[in-house]
Write a protein that binds this ligand. Structure first.
Ligand code: FE
Ligand code: FE
Ligand code: FE
Ligand code: ZN
Length: 203
């Protein structure tokens, strides 16, 4: 009889220990899931910064290939110049992340992956020279527009969060992206004009 009671008590204590242990474990995993969740605008801002950082990194690898492929000397130079700017832009995000006490890595910009893939697929089609240059401009403008929207958002968040110094840094990059897009636009327009002139002469 005593033996049975003892065993019952032992079992009750033992099982409550197991329950406690499991409860703790569940709580801990829930906590870690929660800590990864973005909760504030600052979290979202940091997420966007990391995304842009990764996007710039991908571009640093892609722009030399685009410059190599461009047969128009002005377009080639535009790509090479923007490559140097892009390296600075990446550094700028590093500095910003340093100030925020976070690391810039950890995100993959899937959109930039797609945009670069699209440019590569276009190059692989081996188009005629004029078409190649025109197409490279088109692909590059898509990329610049994506960056312009990304930096525009990041600047808005930085201002909302009262990070004026960081916002200023990002505006510098945004201006460069606008400038790169304008240059590409000019080239696209000149090409159109040139084509119009040659068609006039054909008549
Ligand atoms: Fe950029
Ligand atoms: Fe992205
Ligand atoms: Fe497409
Ligand atoms: Zn750019």
């Amino acid at each position: 009889m005593f033996f049975w009671v003892n065993q019952l008590i032992f079992e009750a204590i033992f099982s409550s220990y197991i329950l406690l242990y499991l409860e703790k474990k569940i709580c801990r995993t829930l906590l870690t899931i929660n800590s990864k969740k973005m909760k504030t605008l600052k979290d979202l801002f940091e997420h966007q910064l990391k995304d842009l950082y990764n996007a710039e990194g991908q571009l640093i690898k892609a722009l030399p290939k685009m410059a190599k492929k461009a047969t128009d000397s002005k377009l080639k130079k535009a790509f090479e110049d923007h490559l140097e700017e892009t390296k600075e832009q990446k550094k700028r995000i590093e500095e910003i992340c340093d100030e925020l006490g976070i690391k810039p890595s950890g995100e993959t910009c899937k959109a930039m992956e797609g945009l670069i893939k699209e440019a590569e697929a276009f190059i692989e089609e081996n188009p005629d020279e004029d078409v190649l240059n025109a197409g490279l401009i088109a692909e590059a403008q898509r990329i610049e527009h994506y960056e312009i929207s990304g930096y525009g958002t990041a600047i808005r968040y930085a201002k909302e969060l009262g990070m004026d110094k960081i916002a200023k840094k990002l505006v510098k990059t945004l201006d460069e992206e606008y400038h790169a897009d304008e240059l590409l636009n000019d080239m696209a327009e000149k090409r159109l004009n040139k084509k119009a002139i040659s068609q006039e002469q054909d008549k």
